[in-house]
Write a protein that binds this ligand. Structure first.
Ligand code: SER
Length: 315
């Protein structure tokens, strides 16, 4: 049977690139992009698009009925920084959106569901360095709380109803195609834009704030590899730790300086995102992803920086 794939939240930072990658693999007509906002040019012109709000159960039901998807990727979410500005909406969207999709996946017998979690599931008492898959988790942002609760629901639907749900705890994702969506790690994208525009950047995170990050190419490849892995290899049905590269604003700036020698980094004080970053891991132990589905990142800091600058220059 041919795959039919729904991508809910297709216009965001991840969706924009995931839809393109999936359409290359499965064919343009077989990947349906869905979002509450008008799609960008590429997505609209390369295959089907539907306006869908994942909180509107009836509309979502119509879409499941129309396409009978074999795979669903649910990417619609409020991220960490925006979530703190509107905690109730973050909880509603991140939680009820997921529950709607899990329920409909059972009704329409969707073979596989993908839902992203985040390093935000960890908190101030989690081990900071090489944070393991299983440890104390006491997230203190509404985003992290919703992701941790969502992970529990994913595992519950798998164990109780046999739903094939798969998930990854994304680190900060660095990309150039679409704008980032209001996260604590967004500085690591803005810095590239400003470096090219004005050779300087004012970071909202301190010089030595080390966070786990990943280049989008790796993230998209890893996501599709997880979804392609045989079900019996997937030993974790909550969400996998997923490692890429870790760095601080200062280290990233030094790498950018190799390309733009007059680049200057400054820091803004008292940004609320600093407190969020302080509660997160600085690096991730992803041994389960390596063991279960052979995860291996390909972009280190140098390769990522070169690729970002080259692509942004040509954009
Ligand atoms: N990039 C995300 C954020 O900063 C982490 O999942 O919110």
């Amino acid at each position: 049977m041919r795959e039919k794939i729904l991508v809910l939240g297709s216009n965001g930072q991840i969706g924009t690139e995931l839809v393109t990658a999936l359409r290359k693999i499965y064919g343009e007509d077989y990947v349906v992009a869905c979002d509450i906002r008008r799609p960008d040019y590429d997505i609209k012109n390369s295959g089907p698009f539907e306006f869908v709000n994942v909180l509107e159960r009836e509309t979502l039901n119509t879409i499941f009925q129309k396409y009978k998807p074999t795979q669903v990727y649910l990417l619609a979410a409020l991220l960490s920084a925006t979530g703190e500005q509107n905690p109730k909406l973050a909880w509603d969207l991140n939680m009820n959106g997921l529950l709607n999709v899990l329920e409909l996946a059972l009704v329409y017998k969707t073979a596989k569901v993908y839902w992203p979690s985040s390093i935000a599931v960890f908190g101030p008492n989690s081990p900071k360095v090489n944070t393991p898959q299983y440890c104390v988790m006491d997230p203190n942002t509404v985003y992290g709380i919703s992701k941790l609760a969502g992970e529990r629901w994913c595992e519950y639907y798998n164990q109780k109803y046999g739903l094939d749900v798969r998930s990854i705890r994304y680190p900060g994702l660095i990309s150039w195609k679409a704008a980032p969506g209001g996260g604590t790690t967004d500085y690591a994208i803005h810095i590239f834009h400003d470096a090219l525009k004005k050779s300087s950047y004012a970071s909202f995170l301190d010089a030595d704030t080390e966070l786990p990050m990943m280049y989008m190419d790796d993230a998209i490849r890893g996501t599709i590899e997880l979804m392609d892995a045989p079900s019996e290899y997937i030993s974790i049905r909550s969400s996998y730790n997923f490692g890429g590269v870790s760095f601080t604003p200062e280290v990233l700036a030094a790498e950018i300086k190799k390309h733009i020698p007059d680049f200057q980094l400054s820091y803004t004080a008292n940004d609320p995102r600093q407190l969020i970053a302080n509660s997160w891991p600085s690096s991730i132990d992803d041994a389960f992803a390596t063991k279960d589905w052979a995860w291996k990142p390909q972009f280190d800091l140098a390769k990522m920086t070169t690729d970002m600058l080259d692509n942004l220059k040509n954009k």
